[in-house]
Ligand binder design. Sequence first.
Ligand code: 2AM
Ligand code: CA
Ligand code: CA
Ligand code: CA
Length: 262
Amino acid sequence: MSNNDWDFIANKAENIVREAAQLIKHSLQTELIVEYKSNPNDLVTEMDRKIEAFFCEQITNEFPKHYILGEEGTGKDLNTLDGTVWIIDPIDGTTNFVHQQRHFAISVGIYEDGVGKVGIIYDVMADELYLALENKGAYLNGVQLPMLKEAKVSEALIALNSGWILKDERLKDLVSKCRGTRAYGAAAIEMASVAANRIDGYISLNLSPWDFAAGAILIKEVGAVISTIDGKELDLLNNSSLCVAKNGLYQELQNDFLNKKG
Ligand code: 2AM
Ligand code: CA
Ligand code: CA
Ligand code: CA
């Protein structure tokens, strides 16, 4: 596919995201049906499912040959990234959506044969749309985000969910040595916040492809580093841990905290 095609696809994707955001905003005026999935803290609402269905309908109409992988069940049997694949989280931060009515995002990563081409993260209530295009940079509401400078642990703000800190000694050590921690409760917003230079890194012990598919493209375009916490390349078809950080900070996290030798 040529560059023009990707501009066309990115434009369509952005339009679908903005339409989906309007549907989510309207839903906040009515009472939502909330259920839970794997446990009572793993929430899902009718809107998570409706928005994923809306994406499927729009994508299938416009691009019938594209594949879709989504959190709420679309493409659950997909076992290859061959072709063009849209990896979608209709609402990232459902707990925030239910409890706070803000701090949630729509996340869309579009991949071709496993290579990230277009990443969109839209923080709906903040009206902040992050767009990344492979080798063409990352943008926040149309303004290009600068390449990130190096950082170090002693001066870093790191996004970390407190539940993970309780579970992992390596994170306790990190918490005691970094400048501060933050927890936004939406992986896509946490990754976008690294890209926008609002925080310096983000670590999670378990996420799914739709949580990081768009963010991974954004992070590469601003010159930061992304991998599993063991330093391995991310797998877009399976769950994994995540370590995102500015240069320098990333190497320090890997060598002195997450994979310390001896
Ligand atoms: P979600 O809101 O789309 O489910 C919360 O810290 C972050 O982790 C959110 O981005 C959330 O995405 C994600 N997450 C992944 N698996 C989760 C789970 N089993 N329960 C709650 N949040 C989960
Ligand atoms: Ca979920
Ligand atoms: Ca998610
Ligand atoms: Ca979700």
